[in-house]
Design a protein around this ligand. Structure first.
Ligand SMILES: [Mg+2]
Length: 269
């Protein structure tokens, strides 16, 4: 009998940033204690457009992790606002793969390898972009002592870290709630608040918190824990679709820093 094939050991890319603690990463300055507004940013469609790198990497990562499934159709995925945790559960069910920690780890390791490859390739080819006004807005908000910025995203933490690092905006964020924290996006708000407290020593009530995101799921997530929400129509949902979700503020994009800063302030008056 032939011995089982040994898996080739592959190196998982590490963007080289020391993780401070679970859910917290990056080398942003230590948040100032007088911050009284918590700003939680979604990533895809809000801060950056990876032009399909995430979706392609999920597919590549999946077939690399489970090569016996190659040849079968990869199902269409609706990633807008979904968590990576829920996506993997769907894929495992679709391909009849046992859903346990070992398989999840295998899949996400391959996903990160694939994502790192695609993002590097995209950068070389000039694909993918930071959305209009985002670098300026993040720089402006970071100067403000009254705001603490974090992430609330369906990406797993390693994926979030990679994407932001490729677009060189990672240093603005020192913590977040991620798609590996809970499969349901609506459960991520309280996790983000706990992480904000862990990083700053300060407790932010939901009414002092605003989510900035590009889908109806971001709006629902904010409502689920009583936070404010600014919707921005730079992702998968149109302005009209977002309007139907009744966000507190709806913007076409984040291009005008003063307009976004004013919108944030208007929520807390
Ligand atoms: Mg999004």
């Amino acid at each position: 009998m032939k011995p089982p094939k040994r898996r080739r050991k592959r190196k998982i890319p590490d963007p080289g940033i020391a993780r401070l603690r679970p859910g917290g990463f990056l080398n942003s300055r230590i948040p100032v204690s007088q911050a009284d507004k918590l700003l939680l940013f979604d990533i895809d469609g809000t801060l950056v457009d990876t032009e399909g790198a995430g979706l392609g990497s999920l597919e590549d990562g999946f077939f690399n992790a489970f090569p016996h499934c190659r040849g079968k159709d990869f199902p269409p995925l609706d990633l807008g606002g979904a968590t990576d945790g829920s996506v993997v559960a769907f894929l495992f069910e679709h391909f009849e793969i046992d859903d346990h920690d070992g398989h999840r780890e295998l899949f996400f390791d391959e996903y990160i390898i694939a994502l790192d490859g695609r993002m590097g390739d995209f950068r070389n080819r000039g694909k993918g972009r930071v959305l209009p006004g985002v670098p300026e807005l993040l720089r402006e908000l970071e100067q403000r002592d009254d705001c603490l910025m974090g992430l609330l995203t369906g990406n797993i933490e390693a994926g979030a870290r990679l994407k932001l690092r490729y677009f060189e905006i990672d240093h603005h964020f020192c913590f977040g709630a991620y798609g590996n924290d809970h499969p349901l996006r609506n459960e991520l708000g309280p996790i983000a608040i706990d992480r904000a407290e862990g990083m700053s020593g300060q407790r932010f009530e939901p009414q002092r918190t605003v989510i900035i995101g590009d889908t109806l799921k971001d709006i629902a997530c904010a409502r689920a824990f009583g936070a404010h929400v600014i919707a921005v129509a730079t992702g998968g949902a149109s302005y009209e679709q977002l309007e139907s979700g009744k966000p507190d503020v709806l913007l076409t994009d984040l291009a005008k820093t003063d307009e976004v800063a004013s919108a944030i302030d208007s929520l807390f008056q």
